[in-house]
Design a protein around this ligand. Structure first.
Ligand code: ADP
Length: 344
């Protein structure tokens, strides 16, 4: 019933030799992964401990299911997880891309990067076991919290800044590990919940592989490249760096403050390229403090060297947060004074 290709990959081979196969694609991360797997740093859970329930979402490669990692003894508790599986009929190159995403995620330990608990492999395929992010993706959340009439965000500035700071912190971690993400965007961030105290994390590393080289993208043409999030040097010369991630992060900031609108509304992908190359930039969202829009513009400096590091982005946004908090404390104080006038 399942994809013959997946069965082929794993039925006759152990996971180690499957990894060995993708090692030939000369990406240093693969080596890192196979090392970790062999010395047990990445857990390969027995399939009998994984229960999968309803489907949560479908991505370019994986189908994601709600699931449970069952306790292995009475001292442990069952853990709610998200299980990412390769869909039936996956192509050969999708398999290594899929594994690559798992191994990339397993590599990171940070509060703003979705945690990978491990993998589970058997004759039928590979599952990636992820921390359950019950709030769904950030873009959908931003759209859900729009005012139906004005289409403006109903979120407080403070909440938007908190979302922005969470992601900047995850990006700073990636930057300090010299890891270039290549697809920072609201659709790739996930929320722990939709209620107070929620955190947002970078949850998708699908493009971290070599997109320009990948057959998948060549076959489908350029349409799948995230043009609206790409820096000029990326779409002109195919250069990705932490500075092109900073550019994309600027676009993500715009998405947060514009309640999940598609960047460059009204422009086709091709027009976006021309517009940005000739110096055009997104306008400030309607509800956006000027100091936050200035951070966006800094992220969109024409040359990479002029853009901030993620550490500088965080400093900027923390300052913005303090200014905002100070302002609201000021408002609060004035109100208190008015409602409790001094007795003569
Ligand atoms: P894509 O390949 O399109 O970027 P994914 O395959 O990563 O997307 O995920 C598809 C969908 O599954 C996401 O949009 C999200 O709704 C859901 N999803 C992915 N990872 C998780 C997770 N850890 N917890 C909860 N839902 C998730």
């Amino acid at each position: 019933e399942r994809s013959v290709a997946v069965v082929d990959l794993l039925a006759q081979q152990t996971i180690e030799s499957a990894i060995q196969e993708i090692l030939t694609e000369k990406n240093p991360n693969y080596e890192w992964f196979s090392e970790r797997l062999l010395n047990g740093t990445i857990k390969d859970y027995d399939r009998s401990r994984i229960r999968t329930d309803s489907i949560i979402g479908k991505g370019a490669f994986g189908e994601v299911y709600r699931g449970t990692l069952l306790a292995s003894n009475e001292n442990e508790k069952d853990i709610q997880i998200a299980v990412k599986q390769l869909p039936n009929g996956a192509k050969e190159n999708s398999k290594s891309d899929f594994l690559f995403e798992a191994l990339t995620l397993c590599k990171f330990q940070h509060k703003n990067i979705v945690r990978c608990l491990g993998i589970s492999t058997d004759n039928y395929g590979i599952y990636i076991l992820l921390e359950m992010m019950a709030g769904g993706d950030l873009r959908s959340y931003l759209r859900q919290t729009r005012d139906k009439e004005t289409k403006r965000s109903t979120l407080q500035i403070r909440e938007m800044l908190s979302l922005a700071l969470d992601i900047a912190s995850g990006c700073q971690y990636l930057e300090s590990n010299k890891f270039v993400h290549r697809d920072i965007a609201a659709r790739n961030c996930l929320l722990t919940s939709k209620s107070a105290g929620k955190q947002v994390k970078i949850g998708d590393f699908g493009l971290a592989r070599d997109i320009v080289m990948s057959d998948y993208y060549r076959k489908e043409g350029q349409a799948l490249l995230p043009v609206r999030w790409m820096s000029p040097e990326t779409f002109q010369d195919g250069i990705f760096s932490s500075k092109s991630d900073v550019w994309a992060y600027g676009i993500l900031l715009w998405e947060i403050f514009s309640s999940g609108f598609i960047p460059y509304p009204g422009l086709s992908n091709f027009s976006v390229l021309n517009f940005v190359t000739s110096g055009g930039r997104l306008e400030s969202p309607a509800v956006c403090p000027s100091y936050v829009y200035n951070t966006m513009l800094w992220c969109w400096a024409d040359t990479p060297e002029k853009r901030p590091t993620f550490t500088q982005v965080i400093e900027d946004l923390e300052l913005a947060n303090r200014i905002y908090v100070d302002c609201s404390v000021g408002v609060h104080k004035r109100k208190t004074k008015q409602s409790h006038p001094k007795s003569p």
